[in-house]
Design a protein around this ligand. Structure first.
Ligand SMILES: Cc1ncc(C[n+]2csc(CCOP(=O)(O)OP(=O)(O)O)c2C)c(N)n1
Ligand SMILES: [Mg+2]
Length: 363
């Protein structure tokens, strides 16, 4: 008996605004000037806050930080498209998206200084805290998506984020599988920034794309230029609309690049070349977005200078606000390990406090 073909699959790639700021007019979405300028502002704010946090870490004024510089389009744009009923279930490299979702810069400083208090969410938004456990957020997202569907909530969906490395975790596949089975309203966005600490994308998987992982679960998957805000707008909007109209989940692979270190605790020059980094710098989402806005007559040098001054003042104020918080005891982290007191944790707390005292006595 001859073999029969049971299916045929392919993966599309979407780019609308290229790295030179040239737009494909046939694909260009209609976005109001107000929204375009707001998006650009969030992206610049995210970049500048990132840079300030790196400086502060180097000065010993803040703890370890994982910068999202270079990835702003991939996470700011989808977050901007969410409404108050939607859920944002992030990982740890979506700083700009969290600002869009109402978290303050001072709060981010607090979090990166080791205080769980920085994870307090604005009441207005459905947002889960920063999640460092690679890929586990996808399962939370599917659970929330399932609940939205079960309760019959209207006009609500979940957007969840992870990295290229997260796609090698079982949690990622379990989440995609059940999102497919349940047709849960979940948009999975994988920020493929080419590296998982020192592991390059090529060593992560033999697959040509990460988007094609969707095929196994029979859900739509698309590869998008993640440094192109217009392509991220179109792909995210389409996926959210599908989720909200009963069409189930989508997987978006946002192809981008981590321009800075994994966290301030590592040195990327040990595992990647400057040529590679330089090759991606010209694809920076902020540069091409600025060119696009200028071409539309919405932007000029004066506006840029004014914005930079405004943002610097905003971040300066956040630093002041953060550094004025001096009443959080250094051992407060131990309060949050379990809901109730735990003998072993209390022992560790005592040990920690004794070490601190020794340090202070030697100072
Ligand atoms: C379950 C788990 N394993 C390992 C780690 C340590 N770790 C933190 S980030 C990271 C790499 C993640 O890479 P990727 O998913 O590409 O995200 P990126 O850091 O590039 O944004 C690893 C291995 C962790 N936090 N959780
Ligand atoms: Mg990565």
């Amino acid at each position: 008996m001859p073999k029969k073909q049971v299916g045929k699959w392919s993966i599309d790639y979407l780019q609308i605004l290229d790295e030179n700021g040239k737009v494909d007019e046939k694909l260009e979405p209609k976005i109001d000037e107000k929204d375009l300028l707001a998006l650009y502002r969030w992206m610049v704010l995210s970049r500048e806050a990132d840079q300030r946090m790196i400086n502060m870490q180097r000065q010993g004024r803040i703890g370890t930080v994982g910068p999202s510089t270079g990835q702003e389009a991939a996470h700011v744009v989808p977050a901007y498209l969410l409404n108050d009923k939607d859920w944002f279930v992030g990982a740890f490299r979506e700083a700009g998206a969290r600002l869009v979702r109402g978290e303050s810069i001072a709060q981010a400083f607090l979090f990166y200084n080791g205080f769980e208090e920085g994870n307090k969410k604005p009441e207005k938004f459905n947002t889960t805290p920063i999640n460092i456990i690679v890929a586990s957020q996808y399962l939370h997202a599917v659970g929330i998506g399932y609940a939205i569907k079960y309760r019959g909530e209207k006009d609500a969906a979940v957007i969840t984020f992870g990295g290229d490395g997260s796609t090698s975790e079982g949690d990622f596949h379990e989440a995609l599988n059940f999102a497919g089975v349940w047709q849960a309203p979940v948009v999975f966005i994988v920020q493929n920034n080419q590296w998982a600490i020192s592991i390059p994308r090529e060593k992560q998987t033999h697959s040509k794309t990460l988007a094609q992982k969707a095929i196994a679960y029979d859900i739509p998957g698309i590869q998008v230029d993640g440094n192109d805000p217009l392509a991220m707008w179109v792909a995210s909007k389409e996926a959210l609309d599908r989720a909200k109209s009963g069409g189930g989940p989508t997987l978006i692979e946002a192809v981008t690049y981590r321009l800075m270190m994994h966290t301030t605790a590592d040195d990327p020059s040990k595992y990647r070349t400057q040529e590679e980094v330089d090759g991606w710098k010209v694809k920076d989402p902020l540069i091409r977005f600025q060119k696009y806005l200028t071409g539309k007559g919405f932007w000029d040098d004066n506006k840029q200078k004014k914005l930079e001054a405004e943002i610097k003042a905003e971040i300066d104020a956040a630093v002041k606000e953060f550094e004025a918080i001096t009443d959080l005891p250094p051992d407060i982290g131990f309060d949050h390990v379990f809901g109730t007191k735990h003998a072993e944790i209390e022992e560790q707390r005592q040990e920690f406090l004794e070490e601190l005292k020794k340090d202070a006595d030697h100072a």
